[in-house]
Design a protein around this ligand. Structure first.
Ligand code: PEP
Ligand code: MN
Length: 373
């Protein structure tokens, strides 16, 4: 059960104390507090965990400072929808809105290789009005002898160049909690020129200690990838680990599933689950067409498979696109064969715009249909 308190409830007030006293004395029930400090107001939610079946909504609703009470299913306590349409499905970070109702594109380097390529990429993004990018510094590789990413050494120039080209948010995978500290230090030493969206890769979706550590910090929002060999439910529970530790600014990414049924794509594209994740949870949903398809193969109609699957995800309501680009893919140290070329950036963005417009028309069509019923 979630007890939503009136905005800006003072935790030192007598009413609040009275409420907590009542809740804490309920038999077999634990109370967990979640506070969200926004620019306008502070929202406090109390999670009642345990034997809540015996409680009625009315008795809790009538307690002091309570605005609303929502009964929740067992799953995805924090991030789930629980048939409640009024809790937020968006958040803001460094001036960028992430929500189930909008779309951000994160085109960029799978792996940072040198300052020159980072600069070429970021300049192109700025020229095309982009505020976000992806830059891999810590690369989890299948082969221990493959390039593992430049790690913390590349962070200062990546962040400085982001500032120079007006990039507000960089999606960056981390594979160890120490990387959070390295990112914090590099941001500080460069004067906070940009923001970072911490990415949990598909190989770490169920690395529960990493999830807890990332969930405990609230400075950075988190992009968690679906595990490539586990059920959707297991991956959504992994996202819930982040939120249960306190960080609910979480985006969920679909990136294809490991099975040879999807051949010749690198992974079996699972973007039909975009609306499913939006129905089950309040998280914005990202699609990663690059790691799903894994090549620059092109259909007879002239469109790359990467662009086809991107459009499929966007027309189904995806909220974020994470895509590999590289100025010279033959020289990329990781995933060159799937990278789009810089000259394809405006083409890719326009194709996404068309798909998004079609999605918005479909939503209007559905609204119209439901109003007439
Ligand atoms: C990536 O985005 O660079 C990446 C390694 O993705 P995934 O974890 O989905 O394989
Ligand atoms: Mn990659």
């Amino acid at each position: 059960m979630i007890v939503i308190l009136k905005p800006n409830t003072d935790r030192n007030s007598d009413e609040y104390r009275q409420l907590m006293n009542t809740l804490e004395n309920l038999p077999n029930i634990k109370v967990r507090l979640h506070e969200e400090v926004g620019t306008q107001q502070t929202l406090t939610e109390l999670y009642l965990v345990g034997d809540t079946a015996a409680l009625t909504l009315e008795e809790i609703q009538n307690l002091p400072t309570v605005e609303r009470v929502v009964r929740i299913s067992q799953e995805y306590r924090v991030l789930g929808r629980h048939k409640d349409e009024s809790r937020p499905t968006h958040f803001e970070y460094n001036g960028v809105r992430f929500g189930q109702d909008n779309l951000n594109v994160f085109a960029g380097l799978c792996a940072v290789d040198n300052p020159e390529h980072v600069e070429i990429m970021m300049r192109a993004l700025q020229e095309h009005g982009q505020l976000c990018t992806r830059m891999g510094a810590y690369k989890p590789r299948t082969n221990p002898y493959s390039f593992q990413g430049h790690g913390k050494d590349c962070l200062p120039y990546v962040f400085e160049l982001a500032g120079k080209y007006g990039i507000k948010v960089i999606a960056m995978e981390i594979t160890h909690e120490q990387h959070i500290v390295e990112i914090q230090d590099a941001l500080k030493s460069t004067g906070d020129p940009t923001g970072v969206l911490l990415q949990i890769g598909t190989r770490n979706t169920q690395n529960f200690e990493l999830l807890k550590a990332v969930g405990r910090q609230k400075q950075f929002p988190v992009l968690i990838k679906r595990g490539f060999g586990i059920t959707l439910e297991e991956s959504l529970n992994a996202a819930e680990y982040l939120a249960s530790e306190g960080n609910r600014n979480v985006i969920f990414a679909l990136r294809g599933m490991k099975t040879n049924m999807g051949d010749p794509h690198r992974n079996f594209v699972d973007f039909s689950h975009v609306p499913v994740v939006k129905r089950l949870t309040r998280m914005p949903v990202c699609i990663d067409p690059s790691h799903s398809v894994g090549s620059r193969e092109q259909a007879p109609d002239g469109l790359l498979d990467v662009m086809h699957v991107t459009a499929q995800g966007v027309i189904a309501g995806a909220n974020m696109v994470l895509a590999d680009f590289h100025p010279v893919p033959e020289k990329a140290l990781v995933d060159g064969p799937q990278a789009l070329l810089l000259k394809e950036l405006p083409y890719f963005l326009e194709d996404i715009r068309i798909a998004r417009e079609a999605y918005e028309k479909r939503v209007a069509l559905a609204k119209d249909f439901h109003q007439k019923k």
